[in-house]
Ligand binder design. Sequence first.
Ligand code: IPE
Ligand code: IPE
Ligand code: MG
Length: 253
Amino acid sequence: MATPPPEPGRIPRHLAVIMDGNGRWAQQRHRPRAIGHRAGARAVNLCIDFCLEKGIGALTVFAFSSENWGRPEDEVGALMKLFMNALEREVAELHRRGVRIAFIGERERFASAIRARMDQAEALTAGNTRLALNIAASYGGRQDIAAAARSLAEDVAAGRLRPEQIDEALFGSRVALSGLPAPDLFIRTGGDCRISNFLLWQLAYTELWFTETLWPALDAATLQRALDDYASRERRFGLTGAQVAGPQHEVSA
Ligand code: IPE
Ligand code: IPE
Ligand code: MG
């Protein structure tokens, strides 16, 4: 997971999104929550189109959290059906457009038919380079960190690793998305200003942006507002503003 320097182009290299508000969108229309999830699936396509158009190289979307398994059975069932449908319908077209699909999260919790489709989507699109689309499904940031700690502990127990070799870089190589730059920009729709156990390790220096817009109501103008806001921010990574502006602006103490 690369850290600074920040990119000069001001387009995020990696966008991370919490797609929230499907249930409320449906409830506002006096429809079942599952209808909101269906509408939400359309918004995912809009977001992918936007990233392709803007040249954003990586998009990570939170589709289903580890904690979402605790929702009512009929809602989880509807989400699984939608997930399966989306895998059946969308993957070929994404492949045609140069999208590399990867899933992060506890895949073993899904039914075998869904797992097989996930594996197929990853294998089919593995060689694509235009957009890395990561779908966080049955994902939890704490679970991700705990799994990394467990894998390091196993290496230590087996004598393959010494504890003093464990540093940020090694730990970071064991969490999800380790092959990508950390997200530059995080967007959460739905009006709640929280992380909800999304990418805890990976978001350390990510710029956060929240909107009241409910996920199914997402449009390109809203995404553009997030990008414009991102472009106007100064990312300091713990340094001073003068340091970040470059040597000609540095004032000695
Ligand atoms: C996000 O929308 C989708 C999932 C969590 C699967 P919600 O279903 O959380 O919608 P709200 O937040 O209840 O409106
Ligand atoms: C986060 O949304 C998870 C996804 C969008 C998949 P939630 O709706 O589950 O988050 P909370 O419960 O409001 O924190
Ligand atoms: Mg929600």
